[in-house]
Design a protein around this ligand. Structure first.
Ligand code: KG4
Ligand code: ZN
Length: 340
C-alpha cells in the first residue's frame, strides 16, 4: 500500500510518499519562513497562495524521484484540519482533484493525529496504550490513547498553546519568527536560576495548562530591567523555557500516574525542544516508563506524518466522496475510532 501525503495546514508545504513495506520513500518540505518573516508571523492569505505555488511541483518531484506512476499510488492523504482555512483548502482541493483524476481514494487527516503518528515513522513503532503529549503552535494537550484512533483528553491549555507562548516570548525578546527555536537557542546562553518563573497550575491537582500568566510574567520581568542586556535576555529566555519544561514534566508525570499507562509519546513542533526532550527522557529512568518522540525532522509539520496517518485510517478511505472539506477547528475527540 502506497500513500501520498499532503500537508498544508499552516506555513509549511509537506509532500511525502509512504509505502507500508518500503517505509518512507520520499519526503519534501518547503518552509514559508521567507514569505512571512518580514511580518513577524504567518499571513494567512500569503500562506494559501504559496501552497498553491508549491504543491503540484513538489508532487511532480516526489513522483519523479521515486519513479512512481500514479497507478502505483493507492490513496491520497491530506490535512483536513485544524489549521488556516485557506491553506487547508489548497491541500484538500489538490488531494481530491488528483484522487478523482487518478481514480483512487482520498482521506482527510486530523493534523494532530498526523503529529502523533510521526513517532511511528521510526523503526520501532510505539505500542498502545500510551499517554500522548501534543505540543504545537496551536495545541497543548495530554491524551490517553488506548488503541489506534481512540483519544481521550486528559488535560489541555486553558489559553495559549506552549508553542504560541514560545512565539510570543520570542517577540518580546526581539527575536524573529518562527520564535520557538530562537528562544530555545538564546536560552542555552542563559544562567539557570537567576530568575525563577512560576510553574502555572501545578500547585493544584489536575492536568490542564495555562501559559498566559507565564507570558505576562516574562514581560514584567523584562520591563523591570528597563534596558536589558543580551545576557539579561538570555537569562529570561532560560527562565521561561525552564518553567514551561518543568510544568509540562509535572503534568506528564501526573498523567502517567493517573492512567497507569507504561509509555509517554511526545508530538508536535515543541517536541523538537532539546530541553523538553531531555527532561521527559529522564522520566524513563525515574518512572520506569518508555518515552518516545519523533525524529527531530518529523516534530514540526511535514507530509510524512500525514501519509502514515492516511495508512492508519485505510478503513475510512473515501472513493466516491468528491466534496472538498476543510475544518479550521476540529476536536480530536470527534475522530472515529479504529477498533482492530
Ligand atoms: O507542529 P508545528 O510545526 O505547527 C503547528 O501545528 O502549530 O509547531 C510549531 C510550533 C511553533 O510555535 C514553534 O515556535 C514551536 O512549535 N517550536 C519550538 C521549537 N521548534 C518549534 N518551540 C520550542 N523549542 C523548539 N525547538
Ligand atoms: Zn503542526
Amino acid at each position: 500500500m502506497r500513500v501520498l501525503g499532503i500537508e498544508t495546514s499552516c506555513d509549511e508545504t509537506g509532500i511525502a510518499l509512504y509505502d507500508d513495506s518500503l517505509g518512507l520513500m520520499a519526503d519534501l518540505l518547503y518552509s514559508q519562513i521567507d514569505v512571512h518573516k518580514a511580518y513577524g508571523g504567518v499571513v494567512p492569505e500569503l500562506a494559501s497562495r504559496d501552497h498553491i505555488r508549491k504543491c503540484l511541483p513538489m508532487i511532480d518531484q516526489i513522483l519523479a524521484q521515486t519513479e512512481t506512476k500514479p497507478d502505483q499510488i493507492d490513496a491520497i492523504a491530506y490535512t483536513e484540519g485544524p489549521g488556516l482555512i485557506g491553506a487547508l483548502l489548497v491541500g484538500a482541493s489538490i488531494a481530491k482533484s488528483l484522487a478523482l483524476a487518478w481514480n483512487i481514494p482520498a482521506i482527510g487527516i486530523h493534523h494532530m493525529e498526523g503529529h502523533l503518528q510521526a513517532t511511528q515513522l521510526t523503526e520501532t513503532p510505539t505500542q498502545y496504550p500510551f499517554v500522548a503529549l501534543l505540543v504545537s503552535g496551536g495545541h497543548t494537550q495530554l491524551m490517553a490513547c488506548s488503541q489506534p484512533g481512540e483519544y481521550e483528553i486528559l488535560g489541555e491549555s486553558m489559553d495559549d498553546a506552549a508553542g504560541e507562548a514560545f512565539d510570543k516570548v520570542a517577540k518580546m525578546l526581539g527575536l524573529g519568527y518562527p520564535g520557538g527555536p530562537q528562544v530555545a537557542a538564546l536560552a542555552t546562553h542563559g544562567a539557570k536560576g537567576r530568575f525563577h518563573f512560576p510553574r502555572p497550575m501545578t500547585q493544584k491537582p489536575g492536568l490542564n495548562f495555562s501559559f498566559s500568566g507565564l507570558k505576562t510574567h516574562t514581560m514584567n520581568t523584562l520591563r523591570a530591567l528597563k534596558d536589558p542586556s543580551d545576557q539579561d535576555r538570555a537569562d529570561i529566555a532560560r527562565a521561561f523555557e525552564d518553567a514551561v519544561v518543568e510544568t509540562i514534566k509535572i503534568k506528564c508525570t501526573r498523567a502517567l500516574a493517573q492512567t497507569g499507562y507504561p509509555t509517554l509519546v511526545l508530538a508536535g513542533g515543541v517536541s523538537a525542544n532539546t530541553s523538553l526532550r531531555a527532561s521527559l527522557q529522564a522520566l524513563s529512568q525515574t518512572l520506569q516508563v518508555e518515552v518516545s518522540y519523533p525524529d527531530l525532522k518529523f516534530c514540526t509539520d511535514n507530509g510524512a506524518m500525514i501519509a502514515i496517518a492516511g495508512l492508519l485510517r485505510r478503513s475510512q478511505w473515501q472513493h466516491d466522496n468528491h466534496e472538498i472539506i476543510a475544518r479550521p477547528r476540529w476536536p480530536m475527540t470527534e475522530l472515529q475510532g479504529l477498533a482492530t
